[in-house]
Design a protein around this ligand. Structure first.
Ligand SMILES: [Cu+2]
Length: 380
């Protein structure tokens, strides 16, 4: 700092002319900046007005056209079930989660007819789905053995084009997964060469809308060399629902805005919120239960966890070509992915299975494995 007073006069003395010119230029530049700023503020105001006008125009159309833009904030219908929710939950027929047997023979015929149908996704909450084979969502569980050939016949009984994409297939998607027009049917074959549990879904654009409307399911390809024998095998397809109304007085349809914003109203195992809390899956003490889990999304993963136990075997990503991992607490199942999990539970009780991303539990992605005949209820 001591040198500062000496240098300053030196600089002023030698560059006095330059400093004056610089100050003048700086003044002019500042003036220009002020003018440009005023112009920019005006332009931004105009743009805001234009955007508001567009939003106003788009809003009335949004009830009919799910691709229209809705203004933020989006309205959540999370947890809005009917007042008699408990009775309705009891009356609901839970989706059968038990893994069906493998059909005999080398060729397995799978027939699905697509239908537009209204289903219940939570107590009293109705939703307009585009459904595989009259099952609502998810579609039927397909079970084959590695090496079998699947002959898939898709009949489109809906009102717009649809398709079916099997993650278990190695096949040219532009051929096999092509759109099938309303009223038409289409058959293709693929060899189930890779064991695991896989997602299938409609692949017609926009895929986000077709999956969100319930067009998904699971196919289990059991390995040629069987996995260790277990006492129970259950299939769980995790998914989320994005609704434009609460679905109580009239069925809800898709809110594409909420689907894009990843703001589900309900999340479920096998399409209905909390259904296995009311109608638990069962096992006896000392038995081993296997869960085949697929995260159908359309966008969110499921962090699979069974409360009160630890996975004895976890085939992460449903890779059964390698030995399972052991002693695992939670496994992320990616959207469009799968996992296989064994739990051997010795002690009688109610064991919740959840997505441990706990917003999912709050929105309905939770069920119970009832081991033995325990007394009382589970609080979550
Ligand atoms: Cu579709």
């Amino acid at each position: 700092m001591s040198s500062y007073p000496a240098t300053e006069p030196y600089r002023s003395r030698d560059h006095g002319g330059f400093a004056g010119v610089a100050a003048l230029l700086l003044g002019l530049a500042l003036g220009a900046v002020v003018i440009v700023s005023v112009f920019l503020v005006k332009a931004a105001d105009d743009a805001r007005d234009d955007a508001a006008a567009v939003t106003k125009q788009a809003a009335p159309a949004s009830a009919h056209d799910h691709t229209a833009h809705q203004p933020l904030p989006l309205t959540s219908f999370a947890g809005k079930a009917a007042p008699n929710a408990e009775a309705l939950a009891e009356a609901h027929n839970a989706y059968p989660a038990a893994l069906p047997a493998v059909p005999a023979g080398n060729l397995v015929h799978v027939n699905m007819t697509l239908k537009d149908m209204t289903v219940e996704i939570a107590p009293g909450v109705k939703y307009n789905t585009w459904a595989f084979d009259g099952h609502g969502a998810p579609g039927p569980i397909v079970h084959v053995r590695q090496g079998q050939t699947v002959e898939m016949t898709l009949k489109n009984g809906g009102s717009i084009p649809h398709s079916i994409d099997f993650h278990a297939a190695r096949i040219a998607p532009n051929v096999a997964f092509r759109d099938t027009q309303p009223g038409e049917s289409f058959t293709f074959r693929f060899k189930a060469g890779d064991p695991g549990v896989y997602m299938y879904h409609c692949g017609t654009k926009p895929v986000l809308a077709h999956i969100a409307n319930g067009m998904y399911g699971a196919i289990v390809v059991s390995p040629r060399k069987a996995l260790p024998k277990v006492d129970h095998e259950y299939v769980l397809v995790a998914s989320e629902w994005y609704m434009n109304t609460d679905g109580l007085s009239q069925p809800a349809s898709l809110s594409m805005e909420k689907a894009r914003a990843m703001m589900p109203d309900w999340t479920t195992f096998n399409g209905y919120a909390n259904q296995y809390v009311t109608h638990p899956l069962t096992a006896k003490p000392g038995e081993t239960t296997r869960f085949y889990v697929v995260a159908a999304g359309p966008t969110l993963e499921t962090a699979f966890h069974v409360v009160g136990t630890i996975f004895n075997r976890a085939w992460v990503n449903a890779d059964v070509t390698n030995p399972p991992q052991k002693g695992i607490q939670t496994v992320s199942v990616a959207p469009g992915g799968g996992g296989i999990f064994d739990v051997k539970i010795d002690e009688e009780g109610l064991y919740p299975f959840v997505s441990h991303a706990f917003a999912h539990v709050d929105l309905g992605q939770v069920g119970l494995l009832k081991v033995g005949n325990p007394k009382g209820h589970m609080s979550h």
